[in-house]
Design a binder for this molecule. Structure first.
Ligand code: SAH
Length: 467
């Protein structure tokens, strides 16, 4: 982003426009929506500029803009349709410390004027940094159509009522009041009885909201998928948009957290500053206490919450506290890893079973059904397995597995920094060490990337041909 969007308060501020032709008129139309003190400079003004001057809406100076005019100016527009003259205005405006715009000259402007949808006090500004004016126009049209003209009036009436609404506690309840007003009761009242009815409706709705029982909090245990925001479910997305509080694992990516509501409290439960990790009990307590305050909590877990996510402990704690909860599944790391290595996790005639296993459990290296896993066509997705690679290899070889069994390590599956490492059971620990795998990694035991399988088949065929 090169241009940062802000809304500048222009009440009583000096805005200068050098130019009195049609280019200036186009900018003046926008500027005159504000309460700025507008000065226009130039000779032979077109009728519209003259009319604005006659009506006292702008001060017209029949001369070129001089350096001293710029003192104390907030914005200066150079709109003379003459590159040399505009450059001069820009120079003196800048020297006086004003923000300068040269119309239709993105390069030399300090700011640009966006396309605007005006439902004062609601203003939507659209910018494409000059990349695609057609796109800006299209977006403007779409937004214009989606915002009823009455929105501005409702917002103004709502604004005047904000003080009264402060009796409601901040957060959910206040938000519910306003969304009911803007999206249900306000428009209805306006259509039925105009401004007077809207004012009465605000009072009624407030009284009803105060009288209403506090809404109970709830917790959604939501799968965030392996990292790519596009792999979130629609439901996860929707809940993140509604949540008052988002509690997330360390593995949940920033791109996904961006989707949380801006006012939401976002808490990372992975690490406390640079200190030790959170204890599960502390997470449980936090879930319960936020729900008790009437908050809607989204507990975001990487991948699928039911796969190595300590889900039971949280469900039990919520049940014990009588908090309402639900699970929203997500795409587990093994699915993303398989997709991106272009393999199927099951295959007719090869493996009719698939294991998800963790190499670590509460007691250290996890014990498994080694005999089954060591069978020639066994397929397993190994989570949290980086440190256990040597242990895994040892146990599997001991139970009769071949050292040639393929193992594909997928680090940061679905993320921009994803890496796919090809190993065999025998080489796995060495491959991991040599590749310095520092991100989360899942290992697909018994599977090689499709490309590698195809290459090996080609090799077999050419060897056969040679033979
Ligand atoms: N619930 C998660 C797993 C949590 S356990 C899921 O369903 O995916 C944490 C382990 O998941 C990590 O040690 C790693 O083995 C795996 N993992 C999570 N995200 C991953 C990713 N983007 N790429 C590879 N492995 C990942």
């Amino acid at each position: 982003m090169k241009h940062f969007p802000i809304f500048v308060n222009l009440v009583g501020q000096k805005v200068l426009v050098a130019g009195v032709g049609e280019t200036a008129v186009a900018k003046l139309r926008l500027i005159l929506k504000t309460e700025a003190e507008v000065h226009v400079f130039g000779q032979d003004a077109v009728d519209q500029v003259q009319a604005w001057a006659d009506a006292g809406r702008v001060t017209l100076h029949n001369r070129v803009l001089k350096p001293e005019d710029c003192w104390g100016a907030t914005l200066v527009y150079a709109a003379q349709d003459d590159a040399a003259l505009d450059a001069r205005v820009a120079r003196i405006g800048r020297a006086a410390g004003a923000m300068v715009n040269i119309v239709d000259n993105l390069q030399d402007s300090m700011f640009i004027t966006p396309a605007i949808v005006d439902r004062d006090p609601v203003t939507v500004a659209i910018g494409t940094e000059g990349a695609a004016p057609v796109l800006a126009r299209h977006i403007k049209k779409t937004v214009e159509e989606s915002l009823p003209p009455s929105l501005g009036l409702l917002a103004r009436l709502g604004q005047a009522f904000r003080g009264a609404v402060e009796v409601l506690p901040m957060g959910r309840k206040r938000r519910d009041f306003w969304s009911k007003f803007y999206f249900e009761r306000g428009p209805l009242a306006l259509a039925e009885g105009g401004e007077v009815a809207v004012k009465a409706e605000l009072e009624t709705l407030l009284a009803q909201t105060i009288a209403a029982k506090r809404s109970p909090g709830r917790v959604d245990l939501v799968g965030a998928g392996p990292g790519d925001p596009e792999l979130l479910t629609l439901k996860a997305r929707k809940l993140m948009h509604e949540a008052d509080v988002v509690l997330h694992d360390q593995l949940v990516t920033r791109d996904i957290l961006e989707l949380a509501r801006r006012e939401a409290i976002v808490i990372e439960t992975g690490k406390k500053g640079f200190g030790p990790s959170w204890k599960q009990e502390e997470i449980n307590d936090l879930l319960v206490s936020h729900a008790a305050q009437g908050h809607h909590v989204v507990r975001l877990k990487s991948g699928d919450p039911a796969v190595f996510g300590r889900l039971d402990e949280e469900m039990d704690a919520l049940d014990a506290a009588g908090v309402d909860w639900a699970i929203v599944p997500g795409i587990t790391a093994a699915s993303a890893a398989a997709a991106n290595t272009r393999v199927s996790l099951t295959q007719r005639g090869r493996n009719s079973a698939l294991q998800f296993l963790t190499a670590h459990d509460v007691n250290g290296f996890a014990d498994q059904q080694w005999r089954d896993l060591a069978k020639p066509d066994a397929v397993a997705a190994v989570y949290m397995g980086k440190k256990a690679a040597t242990f895994l290899r040892g146990r599997l070889l001991m139970h009769g597995a071949s050292g040639d069994v393929p193992v594909t390590v997928v680090e940061n599956a679905s993320r921009p920094d994803q890496r796919i490492l090809q190993a065999t059971l025998m080489t796995l620990p060495e491959v991991l060490a040599a590749s310095d795998v520092s991100g989360p990694a899942v290992m697909l035991l018994g599977l090689a990337p499709r490309a590698a399988v195809e290459a090996a088949m080609d090799l077999d065929i050419s060897e056969m041909e040679q033979a």
